[in-house]
Design a binder for this molecule. Sequence first.
Ligand code: COA
Ligand code: AMP
Length: 635
Amino acid sequence: MTFSAPENYLQQRQQAQQSPAEFWQQQAANIAWSKPPTTILQQDAHGHGSWFADGELNSCDLALDVHLRNGRGEQLALIYDSPVTGQVQRFTYQQLHHEVATFAGALQNLGVGKGDRVVIYMPMIPQAAIAMLAVARLGAVHSVVFGGFSAHELAIRIDDATPKVVVSASCGIEISRVIAYKPLLDEALSLASHKVAHTVIFQRPQQLAEMITPRDIDWLSCQGAATAVDCTPVLATDPLYILYTSGTTGKPKGVVRDNGGHAVALRYSMSAIYDCQPGDVFWAASDVGWVVGHSYIVYAPLFAGCTTVLYEGKPVFTPDASAFWRVCAEHQVKILFAAPTAFRAIRKEDPEAQLQRYDLSKLKYIFMAGERLDPATFHWVQDTIGKPVIDHWWQTETGWPISANPAGLGLMGAKAGSSTVAVPGFNVAILDEAGQVITDHSQGYIALQLPLPPGCLSTIWGNHERFVDGYLRTFPGYYASGDGGYLDADNYVFVMGRTDDVINVAGHRLSTGEMEQIVAAHPAVAECCVIGIHEAIKGQQPLALVLLKNGVDIDEATLEAELVAMVRHDIGALACFKRAILVKRLPKTRSGKILRKLLRQIAAGESYTVPSTIDDPACLPEISEIMAKNQLIAP
Ligand code: COA
Ligand code: AMP
């Protein structure tokens, strides 16, 4: 194994960099357009590209119908494995096509057509993927909201996406707890200003939902009454979906993904990055509510004619820490893709990893993303499973990996802590504060030279200015990733963490700014700051530092419990907001800006330089002492 890049990779990277239009035109030939594009790349004044503008296609056609036309109808398309309900259900391409085409008919009967939005708030059941593909079939736009989000978060997304229909299920199952989704949906619909004409509810036997007629419609009845519909062709640049992600403010950003660039990029990634061929079994152990679930549970494996696994369970406790090995062995998984946090959880429960019971001979690679893969977890997984472990870095915005060990182009030597090299099409640069390229391998802001390759976000839904301000204006000519890190002498990419106020808890991206807004709304709170601190399994957890209003009398434990309940209610349990401590002062600049980086450094146990702009340096040892007393400083 060598750290020098294989010839095949170097050639593709060079071609994608020097002649992006030519390179991606070649890749575009691998998908079935209803009208192939003649215009390949158009760039705006910032350099941001739009891809394949005059091409026409349908993403559901590429995921399903193409395979029926090519004789793949009897192959398994989707395996639903649900330890929480004790079921395994298998769909061939033919069966999945029938489910999707008839559900698309049901949505059409409810008035959904090209360009309309449909919000999908579902647990990990096949109907989530069926709903997404059905929306795509109609040329409409889906917006999947992760099932762990609260009614308040769902309402924000409903107001922003203004859907015609919301598709949901009666409940989700978290290990053995049944979580009723319908009351959350009802609350969200009453909180939202946008009025939705209909919901479609998939009733699960674990808990039936109470239906409000005529608004709520039963999935099975409306699907049963509908006839299958054909695909509606759309322009390559028409939106396929909106996926909300956390930014630095309280308001989530609706990342918009187009149809054409998305299909071309994902198809390319399946062979170049994942070394995955038609018929292979691909398992992304994520959730359809996240970008990994969109790209690698639903679209990419189906575009590539593979079998995808949709897993409703956890890496541990459903029923134990061997769940991943069971699923891989039972379904002959070739590629497993999961977040490092899942492996940290497995390691904690079963440090020796009882693998002997399972035949993992079909498993070829383990891909990881969603958060930094710490070297200890990397080594443990590699040594325990004995398969290549591939860390790869990407974001909701890009929709596919920016840097990876491109298994399909020739596997390179792995370096613990690095997501290997830039994927062809992504031109990674490390910049300093002034936007100058850093060449001495030291840390800086990771930026991507424009144009981005196909598949990346085209805008922020309803707010193009926010897209330009947030990503394109900081470093002219580049996309600002929000991550910091460095490139080593072999051009390996090391992503060290966010440079903004976004944190990553168990592979879930959360905004500390949003949590601050909620904490600040407590009547006892004068001022607060939320930062991400180290957590052994989940990587990070939020911590609130709170200043009380003068004269308020509330003990710390009561306040903490109330704040925990507020964040859980407003964002959801997935925020894992469990800690709030009282401080007397917060470190600020003379102009009043809270020095969050200093707080993060204190919590990380790192040494720090006291900036000359600080107003009250004496507060630093004081905060350090409070954090230490509360055992909040990283070991
Ligand atoms: N619906 C409702 N509630 C949900 C939910 C959902 N879809 N997903 C999570 N929650 C709740 C959980 O029940 C839990 O609630 P609790 O505080 O009442 O116990 C809370 O949100 C936190 O959930 P989670 O982060 O899953 O923690 P956990 O302790 O249950 O499990 C791990 C820990 C490590 C096993 C789990 O976080 C995990 O598998 N992470 C991998 C994440 C991942 O794949 N991310 C995708 C990025 S590629
Ligand atoms: P999300 O948009 O939810 O996928 O989160 C994207 C963020 O997760 C990135 O900006 C990174 O901070 C982090 N991330 C994802 N993958 C990696 C990785 N392989 N290494 C380091 N950080 C990662």
